[in-house]
Design a protein around this ligand. Structure first.
Ligand SMILES: [Zn+2]
Ligand SMILES: [Zn+2]
Length: 606
């Protein structure tokens, strides 16, 4: 402990530890930052974190000597409560354990702060009005926690936009704490509200962020159920049923927060794009989201449902409207679908209970349990059906049962007539006999399919299907090897058709001007059956024969061109001129062609 002043000043209300330690430098008469670090942490190693406080032993000891409660300092003078505000208790315990061991490495990423698209301001910020007040009342200025939070754009007390200081905000790389004075202020202001709406939203966000900071070490009571709470909030807003309706959610969200405002917070997104932060936020409950995202979403929900909505949503359960009392087993109703019709201000949904009861229901105004009305029963619980049969066996009349259980008389009668049929069948061993018979049938006819087996024993099949369908479907049938079946007759017919088409087309190709070569691929392609020619020519003997006769070799095609040229030529044409007229180049011309050429000119000569 340095000589001189013995009572260390306490931090001011909401003062950030970073500035507080800097302020202590003057009180403790430590002339340099290294002296302060040595005094605080017992050495000059390590960093002065801007937002969190690692509680190494020396720090705890030196602060305890100065009479400062270090745990209180951690919760009320660092950004820790903000970062942990929506974390589960396990995760909180892990982070606090790391801080207590003095290890800050990777903490920001583990808390979802470092990896978030929300970026921290790059310099410390202050409210000019607050600093003027401080200077008047305290004779000095200090740096507040609230103004360092991302998403806090103005001072909620003075409604003045925050301004930058010259001091860099570096969570993990600051060398020394900083004693803030009026000289650090700049007049740079990062936020200019485009409208009264933006100003109002910025004020709300600042107030919400302050609420998070002030909760200190208190744990969010529903931190484990946030995903479920958010989902049911969206259901109440008509923006989700069993799944979230992302497009509707995005448009409602953008109605509340204008896109330019979201962009100022670093949370702009592309609507209708899979993977934008809003969709990830509501779908991926395991992903750690930034507290600012929680704040925006919760403010959006509270605006529509009222600020007490979280409490009543946590307390309420969708009711099982089954007339059966007492309820058999646990009553757990899930929403199958839920739609809100804004034009009628009414909603409609399908709900099913674990007991088997399923109904459609809804109401007017926003959905809440008190306004729930049953519209239609989709399925009654099997327990209720059982109760009806029991009461009938005990001697009650159908009418009495219906009145007692608040059922329609016809429903009761229907169940009783069904029950009367079913009970003896289940009771006797007839079913086992039928199963045996079916297994024998399958075993004796391994080549038959299910359809063929049904034709073999229609009565047995329908009995089993009516009373034991699940078992019937579970009986494995011997696997039939797959045999593609194309009848010979069909190939024959196809062959004949193709023979005619191929020979006609070959003739047509031969007549074309300029001359083109008749090939299998040309004919196949033009008929649209090239693959058939390549792979299935064995099944088409006629076609193969025709093709062998009409297709030209290269030499034959060159001879044909030579003949055409010769017929068009006049007497006295030289060999070279004739070749050129036929479009033949000497180097690529086949020997057979030269032999024909020789014969032409010999004939002329003789
Ligand atoms: Zn202020
Ligand atoms: Zn139920």
């Amino acid at each position: 402990m340095p000589w001189g002043i013995t009572d260390t000043p306490r931090p001011y209300r909401d003062e950030l530890h970073f500035g507080y330690f800097g302020r202590l430098q003057t009180y403790w008469l430590t002339p340099t930052v290294n002296d302060l670090a040595r005094h605080l942490r017992g050495g000059t190693k390590g960093h002065a974190s801007s937002d969190l406080l690692g509680l190494c032993d020396d720090l705890v000891r030196s602060l305890a000597e100065a009479g400062i409660d270090v745990v209180q300092l951690m919760w009320m003078h660092t950004l820790l409560p903000y970062y942990l505000s929506f974390q589960s208790s396990d995760e909180r315990a892990r982070v606090v354990a790391d801080l207590e061991s003095g290890n800050l490495t990777g903490l920001h990423f583990r808390m979802g702060i470092g990896s978030s698209s929300v970026k921290h301001p790059q310099v410390f910020r202050y409210c000019p009005a607050c600093w003027r007040d401080d200077q008047l009342q305290l004779g000095e200025v200090y740096i507040r926690r609230l103004f360092q939070l991302p998403g806090v754009l103005l001072c909620p007390t003075h409604e003045e936009p925050l301004c930058d200081t010259t001091v860099l905000y570096r969570p993990l790389a600051s060398r020394a704490y900083w004693n803030f004075t009026g000289a650090d202020a700049t007049s740079n202001c990062g936020f200019a509200s485009a409208s009264a709406r933006e100003l109002e939203l910025a004020r709300l966000l600042a107030l919400d962020a302050r609420r998070l900071l002030l909760q200190g070490a208190a744990v969010h009571t529903r931190a484990e159920y946030l995903a479920a709470d958010y989902h049911s909030a969206l259901q109440h807003l008509g923006l989700a049923s069993r799944n979230i309706h992302p497009v509707a959610l995005e448009s409602a969200f953008l109605d509340f927060y204008p896109m330019p405002f979201l962009q100022k917070l670093g949370l702009g997104f592309e609507p209708r794009r899979e993977g934008n932060w809003l969709r990830c936020f509501v779908r991926k409950s395991d992903k750690r989201s930034h507290p600012l995202q929680h704040l925006l979403f919760r403010r959006f929900v509270e605006f529509h449902l009222g600020s007490d909505c979280w409490e009543w949503m946590a307390a309420e359960r969708w009711p099982c409207l089954s007339p059966m009392r007492p309820h058999p087993g646990h009553e757990a109703v899930t929403v199958r679908c839920l739609h809100f019709d804004a034009s009628r201000d009414a909603w409609n949904g399908i709900f099913s209970c674990d007991c088997g009861f399923r109904y459609s229901g809804g109401g007017c105004g926003y959905p809440a349990v008190e306004r729930m009305q049953e519209h239609r029963v989709i399925a009654h619980s099997p327990h209720l059906q059982q109760r009806v049969v029991e009461m009938a066996e005990a001697g009650s009349e159908a009418g009495d049962i219906a009145q007692q259980l608040k059922l329609h008389r016809k429903t009761v009668q229907k169940w009783l007539s069904q029950g009367g049929k079913q009970i003896p069948r289940k009771a006797n061993g007839a079913l086992m006999v039928e199963r045996e018979a079916w297994l024998a049938l399958v075993k004796n006819n391994p080549q038959l399919t299910l359809k063929q087996l049904r034709i073999q024993a229609p009565a047995l099949y329908s009995k089993l299907y009516a009373h034991d369908a699940a078992w019937l479907k579970s009986v494995p049938l011997p696997r039939q090897p797959y045999r593609p079946q194309v009848h010979k007759v069909e190939w024959h017919g196809r062959d004949q058709t193709l023979v005619r088409q191929v020979s006609e087309l070959a003739e047509e190709i031969r007549r074309r001007v300029p001359a083109v070569r008749v090939t299998t691929s040309r004919i196949g392609r033009e008929l649209g059956v090239l693959n058939l020619f390549r792979k299935r020519l064995g099944n088409l003997p006629g076609v193969a024969n025709v093709l062998a006769n009409c297709v030209e070799s290269v030499a034959a095609f060159q001879i044909r061109r030579l003949e055409i040229a010769f017929q068009k030529s006049h007497s006295g044409t030289s060999r070279q001129e004739l070749l050129r007229a036929a479009g033949l180049r000497p180097r690529k011309t086949k020997p057979e062609v030269f032999r024909v050429l020789d014969r032409i000119y010999q004939g002329e000569a003789s």
